[in-house]
Design a protein around this ligand. Structure first.
Ligand SMILES: Cc1cc2nc3c(=O)[nH]c(=O)nc-3n(C[C@H](O)[C@H](O)[C@H](O)COP(=O)(O)OP(=O)(O)OC[C@H]3O[C@@H](n4cnc5c(N)ncnc54)[C@H](O)[C@@H]3O)c2cc1C
Length: 374
């Protein structure tokens, strides 16, 4: 890899771990720093699709993810009573990986951390960037533990609240609340639920059931939350149960299992695509730092890991970082923008059911694009 020989990755989430793995596989020295002391993740699940697994395959981690999760073929869209509306077309990558996978976030995290450690990536916890000084031939980074390092490239993968974004691009770019929130909770998987179900059609609301492993699935509710309210933890099981009222199909048995407010994960939905370029000098941002998406297409993690894989690929193709980063933007911007905007449109439609939107057609078009290599 001619463009760089030493890189720093800031953030040990999906994108940062993937970038570190890809760089190490390419023979680049990498340091990874992560602000959290315990490097924990939410206990609930994550929905990923064939394009995510294709990228995981390039990192040598797809088989482990498939073994730890629950592969399924179909995403079945139902009306609130449980009647069939349409079945989503898959992202047909032709790579031979499962079309869809439910996996717990801790399992995915263990796999990525394990792969990074196997490759010898040093992961320093409880550390962040204090200062970045760029010179013509490198970047000197001062860390919060008093140490410093010199790198050819710094990759900011520090998520939706990215401090790297503010440091490098100023405070002008921030995700905006879209009007919905998402509730998540793990429950028992009924033996006959072997595909993902999405219940659509109540104004402002979508309910999803996602198999995660042999015993577990998770329920998510995307709901209109005008004014972006905060919910005290002790109220969250009641709030989620209330949003699950009046549904048929598997939902009543799921609703009865939502009992522990501390295990309900609630997040307001926020979204943004930072204008190109996502790099300045020898610092580049990837993942949620530059393009947090609403979850309507289940593509947030896939976009982060694809960013990482494409970045490593372009660094290997070019002699200069400038050329590699320009090529990275060329390959990423439109694909990511399309996903974030389409996800946002589905949310808009859910909140404004009078609006005209051909959801099956939109999904078909976006997934046809995502079936093409990243
Ligand atoms: C509850 C929930 C459920 C989701 N479900 C799905 C789903 O089903 N499917 C899907 O595709 N996407 C899902 N997403 C979105 C997906 O998780 C993100 O798109 C993806 O994790 C982005 O990866 P990332 O590496 O950019 O950011 P993150 O995974 O958020 O990682 C950022 C990392 O940087 C660290 N960090 C933050 N600040 C600093 C700093 N200053 N210095 C050092 N480290 C720092 C953080 O601690 C974290 O470890 C979900 C998100 C949430 C919150």
């Amino acid at each position: 890899m001619a463009a760089i020989s030493q890189a720093l990755v800031v953030g040990g989430g999906v994108g940062g771990l993937s970038a570190a793995i890809g760089l190490r596989q390419a023979g680049i020295d990498v340091d990874l720093i992560e602000i959290s002391e315990n490097h924990g993740v939410y206990h609930v699940g994550i929905i990923v699709q064939a394009n995510f697994l294709a990228a995981m395959g390039k990192l040598g981690a797809a088989d482990a993810a498939i073994a730890a999760g629950f592969p399924y073929d179909h995403v079945v869209n139902l009306n609130p009573a449980g009647g069939h509306i349409f079945t989503q077309p898959p992202i047909a990558t032709g790579t031979g990986y499962p079309l869809n996978l439910g996996i717990t976030r801790p399992a995915l995290h263990r796999i990525l951390v394990g792969r990074a450690r196997e490759l010898g990536v040093p992961i320093r916890l409880g550390v962040t960037v204090v200062d970045i000084a760029e010179e013509a031939d490198g970047v000197t980074v001062a860390f919060s533990d008093g140490s410093s390092g010199r790198y050819d490239l710094v990759i900011g993968a520090d998520g939706i609240r990215s401090a790297m974004r503010d440091k490098v691009f100023g405070a002008a770019h921030h995700p905006r609340f879209t009007g919905q929130g998402v509730w998540r909770y793990n429950v028992r998987r009924p033996a006959d639920l072997a595909d993902m179900q999405i219940y659509r059609g109540k104004p402002g609301m979508t309910v999803g059931l996602v198999p995660l492993d042999r015993d577990t699935m998770y329920v998510f509710v995307a709901s209109a939350e005008p004014g972006n309210p905060r919910f005290a933890v002790e109220t969250r099981a009641d709030e989620l149960r209330r949003r699950l009222e009046g549904y048929g199909g598997h939902v009543p048995e799921v609703r009865a299992q939502v009992t522990d407010p501390a295990l309900v994960v609630y997040r307001p939905m926020e979204s943004m695509v930072m204008p190109a370029p996502w790099h300045r000098g020898r610092v580049v941002l990837i993942g949620d730092a530059v393009h947090p998406s609403t979850p309507h297409l289940g593509q947030g993690a896939a976009m982060a890991i694809e960013d990482a894989v494409v970045l490593v690929d372009e660094l290997g193709r070019h002699d200069s970082t400038d050329a590699a980063l320009a090529a990275f933007m060329q390959r990423r911007f439109e694909r990511v923008r399309t996903v974030v905007e389409a996800s946002g449109s589905i949310g808009e439609y859910e909140m404004n059911p009078g609006m005209k939107l051909d959801i099956p057609g939109l999904i078909r078009n976006v997934f046809a694009m995502l079936a093409e290599p990243a």
